[in-house]
Design a protein. Sequence first.
Length: 214
Amino acid sequence: MLATATGQSALQNIQPSCAICGAASTPECAHEGDRLKLALDQAMARWQGVLQIREWVLIHARNSVINTFTQLKAARAHAHVAYLQTLPCYTLFQTYGGHPPLPPQQLAVLHTQISNANGIFRQGIDDDWRRSCLRYPEVLDYYFSLVEVSFPDEQDSMVRTPRFGAQAKEPKKVKSRRDSLDMGSEKGKKRDRRRAGGRTPPPEAPMAGRYGRR
């Protein structure tokens, strides 16, 4: 009777009610969209590829920032030592372990100069570290841009006729530009184990603490 009353074309335009609240389908009802977004977020959390990407990007970004800071710190320390060497009687100060045979007034001036230089050096180290940490957004974006994710062909049978619940194939790993390097590294590790009589080489040093530093 419904088909007779409305016509075949009108039947095609009938929309189902909201699957969540049961109300008539309207643009104002956001229940289905909200639940779909929640389901998508949960599915992404279960997908190991997201964790692999996060870990790889985080490790490389952290190492990059730390390496940059280490170079800045070394350059600043070199400049600091060079400046101290220009202070009058500083060599004598070092030779006598901080107690050179100098008049008290001259020694007090030297102590003040050294203290001021050390304060400037310390402030410079803090500034270098702060600037290095502020580069994290840029560095993270850079390493994320190196990650390559491959999609199956749209004509692939697994895409066109998915079999949900069936035995899934081994999931493809996320590709990154380190893959070829990792293969060479793995071969090198095997070679090192053979040379070491089968013993496993010591593990790499763990990541550092806050912002990746100790």
